[in-house]
Write a protein that binds this ligand. Structure first.
Ligand SMILES: *Cc1c(COP(=O)(O)O)cnc(C)c1O
Length: 398
C-alpha cells in the first residue's frame, strides 16, 4: 500500500504531504508559508558570478526548489522537477530521445500525449509504437536492445481505464534493454495512490494541473526520477529550454499538494459510490475499484486505491449527449482532479485531437461518458446523475 509506506522522515504519506522540511529554503523570518521569490535575478556577491546559490530564475529559484524538494520526498524520487505544464514534463523527457531511437507507448494515451508523440515521430525521426499495454507481451515484442529508448506507460489509462502491469513491464524492459527508460504518466493516480518509481519505473511524471494542485487554478508538470544521472539530463533540458515553473505557480502547487491526501480520500470514496450506483442501473462501468473490472486484482497489487475517475457507456451517442447536458451539478469540462465534479464525452472533448479512425481502431466508444468525481456530498452527485439519466430517457432505479 503506497500511502501506508513511509518516506524520508519516517512519517506516512498523508503526514509528509503537509509537512514541509524547513531546511530546504532558508528564510530569515521563519515564515510559516514558503515565501514567493518573485524575482528573475539574484544579486551576486562576487564579480566572478559565484558566491550565491541562485543567480537567474530560469536556472533556479528558491520557491521552485521548495516544491521540487517536497515532490521528491512525496514521490520517493532521487530528484524531482516542476515545469510549466504536464505536457512540458513529457516534452522535457522526450528530449532524451535521439533521432533513430524508438518509443513504445500505450494505445489509450492522454490526447495531448498522442499529439506530442505524433509530432516527435514526424519531425524528429523517432519511431513510436503504440501497443496495448494491458498485455505485457505486446510491449516486450517491440523491445529492441539498441533502438528502444523510452517505454511510456499510463495506468489506469484514461478514459478506457485499462491497467498496465507496471512492475512486470519495468522488469522485462530493464532485462532486455538496459539503456531504455520506463516512464510512467501517473497523473490519474497521483503519488498518493501509486508510486511507480517503487514499482520499477525510471521516471514518473504528472500533470500538476490535476490532483496535485486540486483546484484548477494553475497549470504545472512534475517529473521525478530514480537516478542522479537521469536527473542531471532532465535538469540540463529544463535549464536550457527555460521550462521551469515560475515562482508564484510553484507556491500555488506547494499549497495544493498539502491537501492531496484528504481530497483524494473523499473523491475516491464518492467515486466508489457513484460507480456502484451506475452499475446498478445496468450500465457498463469502467472503474478499477469495481470487482467487475477485468483487471481489478492487478490494479490492487499496483496501487493503494482506485482514484476518482470512471467512465461508462450508454450504447448511444445521442443519449450520452443528453445525459451530459442534463447534468446540473456536474460541470461539463475537460480535465480532472479538481475539488468539483466534472462530466465529459472524451471523444468530443479531451480526446477529439485523436483522429476518428484511430479512435475506432483503439476501440474508444464514441458514447463513452467520463466522470471526474469531486468532494461534494455524494448524495447530491448521485441525485443529479439520476435526474440527468431520467431526463435523457433512462429508466432509473434510485
Ligand atoms: C492533463 C494530463 C496531461 C497534460 O497535462 P497539462 O498540465 O494539461 O499539460 C498529461 N497526462 C494526463 C494523464 C493528463 O490527464
Amino acid at each position: 500500500m503506497s500511502n501506508e509506506a513511509s518516506t524520508g522522515n519516517g512519517y506516512r504519506l498523508a503526514t509528509e504531504l503537509v509537512h514541509i522540511d524547513s531546511d530546504v529554503v532558508k528564510d530569515n523570518y521563519n515564515a510559516a508559508s514558503v515565501p514567493i521569490y518573485q524575482t528573475a535575478t539574484f544579486k551576486q556577491t562576487e564579480a566572478g558570478g559565484s558566491g550565491s546559490e541562485y543567480d537567474y530564475s530560469r536556472s533556479g529559484n528558491p520557491t521552485r526548489t521548495a516544491v521540487e524538494a517536497h515532490m521528491a520526498k512525496i514521490m520517493r524520487a532521487e530528484r524531482a522537477f516542476v515545469v510549466t505544464t504536464g505536457m512540458t514534463a513529457l516534452d522535457v523527457i522526450l528530449r532524451l530521445v535521439k533521432t533513430g531511437q524508438e518509443i513504445i507507448a500505450g494505445d489509450d494515451l492522454y490526447g495531448g500525449t498522442n499529439r506530442l508523440l505524433t509530432y516527435v515521430s514526424q519531425y524528429n525521426g523517432v519511431k513510436v509504437h503504440n501497443v496495448d499495454t494491458t498485455n505485457v507481451d505486446r510491449v516486450v515484442e517491440r523491445l529492441d536492445a539498441v533502438k528502444t529508448r523510452l517505454v511510456l506507460l499510463e495506468s489506469p489509462t484514461n478514459p478506457l481505464i485499462k491497467i498496465a502491469d507496471l512492475r512486470t513491464i519495468s522488469r522485462r524492459v530493464h532485462e532486455q534493454c538496459p539503456d531504455a527508460l520506463v516512464v510512467v504518466d501517473n497523473t490519474m493516480m497521483s503519488p498518493y495512490l501509486q508510486n511507480t518509481l517503487d514499482l520499477g519505473a525510471d521516471i514518473e511524471y504528472h500533470s500538476g494541473t490535476k490532483y496535485l494542485s486540486g483546484h484548477h487554478d494553475l497549470m504545472a508538470g512534475v517529473i521525478g526520477c530514480r537516478s542522479a544521472s537521469v536527473g542531471e539530463q532532465l535538469y540540463f533540458v529544463i535549464n536550457a529550454s527555460g521550462s521551469g515553473l515560475g515562482p508564484f505557480d510553484s507556491w500555488l502547487l506547494l499549497r495544493g499538494v498539502k491537501t492531496l491526501g484528504i481530497r483524494m480520500e473523499k473523491q475516491q470514496s464518492n467515486a466508489e459510490q457513484i460507480a456502484e450506483f451506475l452499475e446498478a442501473q445496468g450500465l457498463k462501468v469502467r472503474y478499477p475499484g469495481l470487482k467487475s473490472h477485468p483487471q481489478y486484482e492487478l490494479h490492487q497489487q499496483l496501487a493503494s486505491g482506485s482514484g476518482a475517475v470512471l467512465s461508462f457507456e450508454t450504447g448511444d451517442v445521442g443519449l450520452s449527449e443528453r445525459i451530459v447536458e442534463s447534468a446540473r451539478l456536474w460541470g461539463i469540462s475537460v480535465s480532472f482532479g479538481c475539488v468539483n465534479s466534472l462530466i465529459s464525452m472524451p471523444c468530443k472533448m479531451s480526446h477529439a485531437s485523436i483522429p476518428a479512425e484511430v479512435r475506432k481502431q483503439r476501440r474508444l466508444p464514441e458514447d463513452l461518458i467520463r466522470l471526474c468525481v469531486g468532494i461534494e456530498d455524494p448524495r447530491d452527485l448521485i441525485d443529479d446523475l439520476a435526474q440527468a439519466l431520467k431526463k435523457a430517457g433512462v429508466d432509473v432505479k434510485h
